[in-house]
Design a protein around this ligand. Structure first.
Ligand code: NAD
Length: 261
């Protein structure tokens, strides 16, 4: 597989899964636009570290994924900087856990905006250029929660089911254009997003973080292991490879057996 010289945008790539995807693409010779929140000095260190380790050009754009105008600027700036956006990984995401009747309206709106609507805004901006050039890879980081539900996660489950639907619809529209659109559905991956849920569970039950982590994974996954960010990055690379060129609208699941039950 040669992705050398391709140009990618990875949303939410300052942490966790997005950062692993960014590193993996850069290691294959892909120029990157990173995005996401965090301490400015840390982000700059990470950006420069990836660039020097892989020899590609790495840019950073601070677009807030709740703001359509900033998202449009992210894709336009990446296009201007590198000449094209060939690979788009919609990864930015947040979580909030509460019963539906207590779910704060602002958290609902933020989750739908970041975990679902942002992918509509990036795709609509990036797709015309991909179609014109006859090659593109749209990869949406969904979740097992795009396929099945859990209690207290109404907004997240709605957004992730939504992004699986968006993936299928865009995939059909892309048929025979050289552009593919697919989703990756991870089970538990130990990132800051999940660490918060482990810490909340440990505090509520008065147990150690280790016990809370074992419970969290054990409740859902017969294979009692987290998927790693690097494994998800490997699936993203696979979707960019010629082997996956006939995959359209699929959901690649890595969840330790969660959704097989
Ligand atoms: P994370 O918290 O480590 O990373 C989230 C990233 O999104 C960060 O870079 C953050 O700055 C960015 N982000 C958040 N709000 C943003 C905004 N408004 N604008 C721009 N960037 C924003 O979490 P993660 O676990 O790596 O999650 C990445 C994706 O994977 C999410 O879509 C998540 O739903 C999905 N996912 C995670 C798991 C898991 O177990 N960790 C499982 C399935 C799916």
């Amino acid at each position: 597989m040669s992705l050398k010289g391709r140009n990618a945008v990875v949303t939410g790539s300052t942490s966790g899964i997005g950062l692993a995807v960014a590193r993996a693409l850069a290691a294959e010779g892909v120029n990157l636009t990173m995005n996401g929140f965090g301490d400015a000095a840390d982000i700059e260190r990470t950006r420069a570290g990836i660039a020097s380790a892989s020899g590609v050009t790495v840019a950073y754009h601070p677009a807030d994924m709740t703001k359509p105008a900033e998202i449009a600027d992210l894709i336009a700036t990446a296009g201007k900087t590198f000449g094209s956006v060939d690979i788009l990984v919609n990864n930015a995401g947040i979580q909030h856990v509460a019963p539906v009747e207590d779910f704060p309206v602002d958290r609902w709106d933020a989750i739908i905006a970041i975990n679902l609507s942002s992918a509509f805004h990036t795709i609509r901006a990036a797709l015309p250029g991909m179609k014109q050039r006859g090659w593109g890879r749209l990869i949406n980081i969904a979740s097992t929660h795009g396929l099945v539900a859990s209690p207290q996660k109404s907004a997240y489950v709605a957004a992730k089911h939504g992004i699986v639907g968006l993936t299928k619809s865009v995939a059909i529209e892309c048929a025979d254009t050289g552009v593919t659109c697919n989703a990756i559905c991870p089970g538990w991956v130990l990132t800051p997003l999940v660490q918060k849920q482990i810490d909340a569970r440990a505090a509520a039950a008065g147990i150690s973080a280790r016990q809370a982590s074992d419970q969290l994974v054990g409740e859902k996954q017969p294979q009692l292991q987290f998927t790693t960010p690097e494994q998800i990055a490997g699936l993203a690379l696979f979707l960019c490879s010629p082997t996956a060129s006939n995959m359209q609208g699929s959901q690649l699941v890595s969840d330790g057996g969660w959704t097989a039950q």
